[in-house]
Design a binder for this molecule. Structure first.
Ligand SMILES: *[C@@H]1O[C@H](CO)[C@@H](O)[C@H](O)[C@H]1NC(C)=O
Length: 532
């Protein structure tokens, strides 16, 4: 009996081949590492040999993987100095205006430097490169964000490269993934709403996309320069390397995203970062049973509630005070500080917590709504768990995420500059609690997500295994990569058409003139001869 089951096991094992996979997971931002870390862990669970290559940029960020093997490149001295200086600035996300062109004059280079510093450290470690090359990876997964990984993939030489984005694709990613932009109706990251019939809003969308290009351009050219200095001027451009990727993973869920053009090579694996919900523990069970309505409030891990301007904090307390029958659970980093103690003493319906099991809470029927910054992770959890929301985007891709939730009837977007006005927030909460359409829409989408034909997890595993077996497919690479700007936009044809049109008008005029003068000339002759 034992022998049979052993035999059976070995037969089963021979059916599923284990592939060698490298995930380049730059430890820079929570959402990025969470996305890439989860990809690594899911592939380990699927039986593959997965290594996470982790250049540590910010030691305070978690790498997001607990199951894969890890190779670290420690934070370099230069990177450290830079990150510390940045933290002292304590970027005030709540008052920053995405559309302001002035910061764009100096911010992009500063933003890019951190990636360049750590990339230098990666390249200096020549032993680790030799080790990675010797591994002969079947697949290497990189994110088109910290561009070091993409450039580095050309040295590691995996059988298949898979590019990715921990968000929906934005600005330069369209060019690198080979996907056409549709700026007339696909909102860019900074846009929550877009009236496609308004010329002004379409222009604003083009401007927003341009701002993103300005922000990310220096990072790309500096990384390219770094590799060309070290390995020669022939080193391929990032776009060229990207163009030969076997597949691209984007953290987009088509059932909630804005519909826009894509390619067969681009595989949406939205929600891949979300964990399966667990039942609540005793403490949270008790908190939720205090009142019949419960609202979660969180601005995520980057824009900390701790640093909220005083006016906004007071506005939030006024809001909490005007719903005495609703328990508010607010993720606040230091509940025990002076503000925290005073706030909870004055508001019995307020619970401050430095950490909460957000995904598990959202899964509980007693939670009525989620007031969130609209990070991609929180947005997807809101959709998966089917909760209505009030979306208050702060920075990055949050405005677009928030807009897409409003577009799908999950709730309302509130401008972050309106956070200081309690009446606006109160009205939004009243609307979302009283109008049943949000709850119904959320429940419907949640049910659809649970039953969609191929889960994100299946898409991920099958795609990686396919890429590992066959390498990139020639058919999936669009020819647009090899075209010039003029060719891609058919500007040569437009120019030829304009020239021919002008020529035609000119010739027609000449011909008509000629005809006219001939006829008239002939008539004159006739008249002349008649007179004679
Ligand atoms: C509820 O919200 C939906 C979507 O915003 C809206 O169309 C509808 O008119 C609202 N119903 C009421 C009663 O306010």
């Amino acid at each position: 009996m034992r022998l049979i089951s052993l035999l059976l096991l070995s037969v089963l094992a021979s059916f599923s081949v284990s592939h060698k996979i490298l995930v380049y997971n730059s430890q820079y931002g929570h959402s990025h590492s969470n996305f890439l870390g989860n990809i690594a862990d899911i592939l380990v669970d699927a039986g593959h040999d997965v290594t996470s290559f982790i250049p540590v940029m910010d030691p305070e960020v978690k790498d997001g993987t607990s199951k894969s093997k890890k190779i670290f490149v420690p934070q370099s001295k230069e990177t450290k100095e830079f990150i510390v200086a940045m933290a002292e600035h304590k970027a005030d996300f709540f008052s920053m205006n995405n559309f302001d062109p002035i910061p764009m004059l100096f911010m992009p280079k500063a933003f890019a430097m951190q990636f360049v510093y750590q990339c230098k450290a990666v390249l200096e470690d020549t032993d680790v490169l030799k080790k990675l090359q010797a591994e002969k990876f079947d697949v290497m997964i990189v994110e088109n964000f910290d561009m070091c990984g993409l450039a580095y993939s050309h040295l590691v030489k995996p059988k298949s490269l898979i590019t990715s984005g921990a968000s929906s694709p934005f600005s330069y990613m369209f060019e690198e993934f080979g996907v056409p932009t549709a700026l007339s109706y696909n909102p860019s990251s900074y846009m929550s709403t877009m009236n496609v019939h308004s010329m002004f809003e379409r222009a604003k969308n083009i401007y927003a996309d341009f701002m993103m290009h300005v922000l990310f351009h220096p990072g790309r050219s500096m990384i390219e320069e770094l590799f060309r200095e070290k390995f020669g001027a022939e080193y391929p451009s990032l776009q060229e390397i990207s163009s030969h990727a076997a597949y691209t993973f984007v953290n987009s869920e088509p059932l909630i995203d804005f519909a826009a053009p894509t390619l067969n090579r681009v595989i949406p694996i939205g929600g891949i970062g979300a964990k399966a919900p667990k039942p609540l523990d005793k403490y949270w069970n008790e908190v939720l049973s205090r009142r019949s309505t419960n609202i979660l409030l969180s601005f995520g891990s980057v824009a900390k509630s701790l640093y909220l301007p005083e006016a906004i904090r007071q506005s939030i307390l006024t809001t909490v005070g005007s719903f005495p029958d609703v328990t508010f659970i607010w993720k606040y980093e230091e509940p025990e500080n002076e503000f925290g103690k005073a706030a909870t003493a004055a508001h019995p319906n307020l619970v401050l917590t430095s950490w909460m099991p957000q995904n598990d809470l959202l899964n509980d029927k007693r939670i009525s709504a989620f007031v969130t910054h609209g990070g991609m992770g929180s947005t997807q959890e809101t959709a998966l768990r089917g909760k209505p929301g009030i979306f208050i985007p702060i920075f990055g891709d949050q405005p677009r995420n928030a807009g897409m939730m409003q577009h799908n009837g999950f709730g309302k977007v509130v401008d972050k500059f309106d956070l200081q006005k309690p009446e606006v927030v109160i009205a939004a909460i009243k609307d979302v609690l009283s109008n049943d359409s949000y709850r119904k829409n959320a429940a419907r989408v949640s049910a659809m997500l649970a039953k969609k034909p191929f889960s994100s997890k299946e898409q991920l595993i099958k795609t990686v295994e396919f890429a590992a077996e066959y390498g990139p497919s020639r058919a999936l690479r669009p020819q647009s990569y090899d075209m010039t700007f003029i060719e891609y936009h058919n500007l040569d044809i437009v120019a030829a058409f304009i020239v021919l049109s002008i020529l035609k008008v000119f010739l027609l005029k000449k011909f008509l003139c000629c005809l006219y003068s001939k006829c008239c000339g002939a008539k004159k002759e006739e008249n002349k001869s008649k007179k004679e």
